[in-house]
Each structure stands twice: as structure tokens, then as C-alpha cells.
Write a protein that binds this ligand. Structure first.
Ligand code: DX5
Ligand code: ZN
Length: 224
């Protein structure tokens, strides 16, 4: 089996918002593969963060694909706004979508890659019936809402289960991990079959700067 290429997706949740454009430019120059944007509404998760205006602003600063992670209730009300704002991929939470199939079709109709995120307690089985519509799965490796939390190791078995389900079904799907990813945890999730690594704190808050944070992650990952 050929492994899917490793992609690093810096999460701007951990960036310095006073100079967000510059931080995105630095991440791109350091070899980031995409920019991860965490949208929170104070309803689905306790925190409130950014909306389409921020996506538009980031889009003006980079040519990298924008990976928009919607941690909001009723995401179907906003999917088109985020697509028009420059999202390349839009991820909705299975827990927030009673009509998940329809929401995924909406994302694709808007011209974006379709993603589904699973909270740590949500079983892999919950998305089996929509695998044919998905381009990427976000396995939350912390409870969504905040950056800087500790990686939940129990989520690794779900990554393996999802990778097996995807392979068995012959689907072309990336598996993204999100939360607590750093030099200590990246190899374990990669070994389970994850290939898109979302990382906020260990990149934007790295003592030696953004480029050093991305380089450290790549070093810790298994490049073979
Ligand atoms: C959490 C967000 C993550 C977060 C990860 O709800 O979805 O994308 O930014 O941050 P770190 O890497 O600091 O755990
Ligand atoms: Zn995220």
C-alpha cells in the first residue's frame, strides 16, 4: 500500500492575531501545505473565534488551500458563505448535522472538498454511509473548542479503524488529525494512517518561530 503524502496544516487559532497576515506568510514560506481555520460559534463549542471575513483576509495573504473547520451548529446556513470567502475544504461535525448527507452534498455543490469531523467520543461507524461523499475525515484528538490541549491517546484506535474502512471501501479520503499534535504525538497518529496533521500551538508558539515549529514536526514524522 502506498502511503498518502504527509501534509502539515498550521491552525491559525494559535497565531498572533495582531499580525495574522504576516504569520500566514511565514507559515507558507516554511512549507505549510494548507492553512487550517477554526470557526467556533459559542454554541457547538464554548469558544467564539472567526467567521467568513477572516477567511477572506487569509485568502488574500496566501495561495495555500484554506481548510475551514466549522465547529458550529446548523453549518448548512454558512457553508456557501465560507465557500465564497475562499475555503478550499469545508469540514462539518457529524454531531452538528442531522442531515449530514445533504450538508456534504452542499459543500461539494459549492465547489469545495467535503470533510467530516468526529468528536473523541463519536464512533468511526457514524460516517460509514457517507464515505462515498467525503474527501477528508477530521479525527478530533482533543475535545474541540480550544487550542493547546493535551492529545487524547485513546483516539488512535479510531484512526486505524477509519483507515481500514476507507481502504476496504476503495475510497480516496485523507485522514486529518486535530488537537495536541506535536513532535511527541505525530509519529503515533501517522502510524495509524493519518496524513493531514493540524497543529496550532507547536507551530505558532514555538520558541524559535514558525519555521522551526514546522521543521520540528516534519523531523518527528516518519518521512519514509
Ligand atoms: C480545536 C481546534 C484545533 C486547534 C488545535 O478545537 O480544532 O484546530 O487549533 O490546536 P493545538 O495544535 O494547539 O492543539
Ligand atoms: Zn480544527
Amino acid at each position: 500500500m502506498t502511503r498518502r503524502p504527509l501534509k502539515i496544516a498550521p491552525s491559525i487559532l494559535a497565531a498572533d492575531f495582531a499580525c495574522l497576515g504576516d504569520q500566514v506568510v511565514q507559515a507558507q514560506a516554511a512549507g505549510a501545505d494548507m492553512i487550517h481555520i477554526d470557526v467556533m460559534d459559542g454554541r457547538f463549542v464554548p469558544n467564539i473565534t472567526m467567521g467568513p471575513l477572516v477567511v477572506q483576509a487569509v485568502a488574500r495573504m496566501t495561495r495555500l488551500p484554506l481548510d475551514v473547520h466549522l465547529m458550529i451548529v446548523e453549518p448548512e446556513r454558512y457553508i456557501n458563505h465560507f465557500a465564497e470567502s475562499g475555503a478550499a475544504a469545508i469540514t462539518v461535525h457529524v454531531e452538528a448535522c442531522p442531515h449530514l448527507h445533504r450538508s456534504l452534498e452542499q459543500i461539494k455543490a459549492a465547489g469545495c472538498r467535503a470533510g467530516v469531523a468526529l468528536n473523541p467520543h463519536t464512533p468511526a461507524e457514524s460516517i460509514r454511509e457517507v464515505l462515498g461523499l467525503i474527501n477528508q475525515i477530521n479525527v478530533m484528538t482533543v475535545n474541540p473548542g480550544f487550542g493547546g490541549q493535551q492529545f487524547i491517546r485513546a483516539t488512535t484506535s479510531k484512526i486505524s479503524q477509519l483507515r481500514s474502512m476507507v481502504l476496504a471501501g476503495g475510497h480516496d479520503i485523507d485522514i486529518e488529525v486535530d488537537g495536541g499534535i506535536n513532535s511527541q504525538t505525530i509519529a503515533a497518529v501517522q502510524a495509524c494512517g493519518a496524513n493531514i496533521m493540524v497543529a496550532g500551538s507547536c507551530i505558532f508558539k514555538h520558541a524559535d518561530g514558525i519555521a522551526a515549529g514546522i521543521a520540528a514536526l516534519r523531523r518527528a514524522a516518519d518521512a519514509t
